[in-house]
Design a protein around this ligand. Structure first.
Ligand code: UT7
Length: 331
């Protein structure tokens, strides 16, 4: 068995309130709060990087687990906003964390479900005995890639920057990570995407004398479509995960849900008959930090004393791909 033994987060310092976005994006604090629950988010300041934020979150998680960087056997790094197109950000974290040791670093790019996909890999590595101490991070810098004109307002008001990390280690039977259920449906890949840079451009766009400044570098989303699928799939996968270990959604003591929209999470809990006080939403403060949302939420919940020994905790996420998943753990 394996369990999460430490958790940490890093949030950059630049506070951006809804009010700050009103003029430039032709939006309003009222619209953003009503439709998404978001009040503010944090964006990076110049010089901060996805790997650098992950490093800070990782050091917090290692401290929480009572471990040192030299104890880490492997890194799984979830992000859709890496420092470079390639190589992935995992190797940059390896350089910061333990340059003298050539531990493996794997990048996962499953967007909002990225943390759960990454966690399932770490869990399998530890359970199989391949590695004993695996660092899982979710880190995103959205602020530098958003369309900050009125055309991009539907997406750009939603996203924030931030990182979270957990340490996964062996545990006693019956405690820790119990099950992961993961899915994908590429039919809807274009419903929430950033199209470029793309290897599909043929011939190279610069060969065609095109100026590479078009909107295809910005995220686009069919918001209503994504919303409906998010509610349906998150409910389905939570039921599936519960069924696989012979418990019911009502047996869940605490839910850590991806933070894309407060209304999505409220509907999921309502449809499953789980009381709203059995979760902690952080979207009000941080917006949607994609792969960062779950470890950031876990860090806040742990520090607030909401995760108690023996509790059955569910994690659930849905996002671009579409990809979605749920994990259950006994704290
Ligand atoms: O994490 C990855 C997964 N992502 C999600 O799960 C997000 C899912 N989708 C959503 O959360 C919601 O669909 C949104 C928050 C993105 C949008 O809420 P909505 O209630 O679905 O609004 P809408 O897109 O249907 O737009 C309603 C109106 C439109 O105006 P008209 O056509 O009714 O005149 C939009 O142009 O709101 C307008 N609008 C805005 N107004 C002010 C769209 N964005 C904004 C904005 N400020 N930022």
């Amino acid at each position: 068995m394996s369990k999460i033994t430490g958790v940490g987060k890093y949030i950059p310092s630049k506070l951006v309130t809804n009010k700050d976005l009103e003029t430039k994006l032709n939006t309003s604090d009222e619209w953003i709060q009503q439709r998404s629950g978001i009040i503010q988010r944090y964006w990076i300041t110049e010089g901060e990087t996805t790997s650098g934020m992950a490093h800070k979150a990782a050091l917090e998680a290692l401290k929480d687990a009572g471990k040192k960087a030299s104890d880490v056997d492997a890194i799984v790094f979830a992000t859709i906003t890496p420092d470079y197109y390639f190589p992935g950000s995992g190797v940059l974290l390896q350089k910061m964390l333990c340059p003298e040791r050539t531990i493996p670093a794997l990048d996962v790019r499953n967007a909002c479900s990225g943390f759960l996909y990454a966690l399932s890999i770490a869990d399998a590595w530890v359970k199989s005995g391949m590695y004993k101490c695996v660092l899982v991070v979710g880190s995103e810098i959205h602020s530098t890639g958003l369309d900050k004109s009125p055309e991009g307002r539907d997406v750009s008001v939603l996203f924030g920057d931030g990182a979270g990390a957990v340490v996964v280690e062996p545990s006693k039977p019956g405690e820790g990570l119990l099950v992961h259920k993961l899915h994908s449906e590429g039919e809807y890949a274009e419903k929430l995407m950033v199209q470029r840079p793309s290897s599909n451009d043929y011939p190279n766009r610069l060969d065609k004398d095109e100026t590479v400044t078009d909107k295809s570098f910005f995220p686009v989303m069919d918001g209503r479509f994504v919303f409906k699928h998010a509610v349906t799939r998150m409910c389905e996968v939570l039921v599936e995960a519960c069924h696989s270990i012979d418990v019911k959604p009502k047996d869940i003591d605490f839910v850590l849900a991806h933070q894309a929209n407060m209304r999505i999470n409220q509907m999921v809990l309502e449809q499953l008959g789980i009381p709203q006080d059995k979760t902690l939403n952080t979207i009000q403060k941080y917006g949607n930090t994609t792969a960062g949302t779950l470890p950031i939420g876990m860090d806040e919940a742990k520090r607030a004393g909401l995760l108690k020994p023996g509790q059955l905790v569910a994690m659930v996420a849905f996002g671009s791909g579409f990809t979605w998943g749920a994990s259950l753990m006994r704290v």
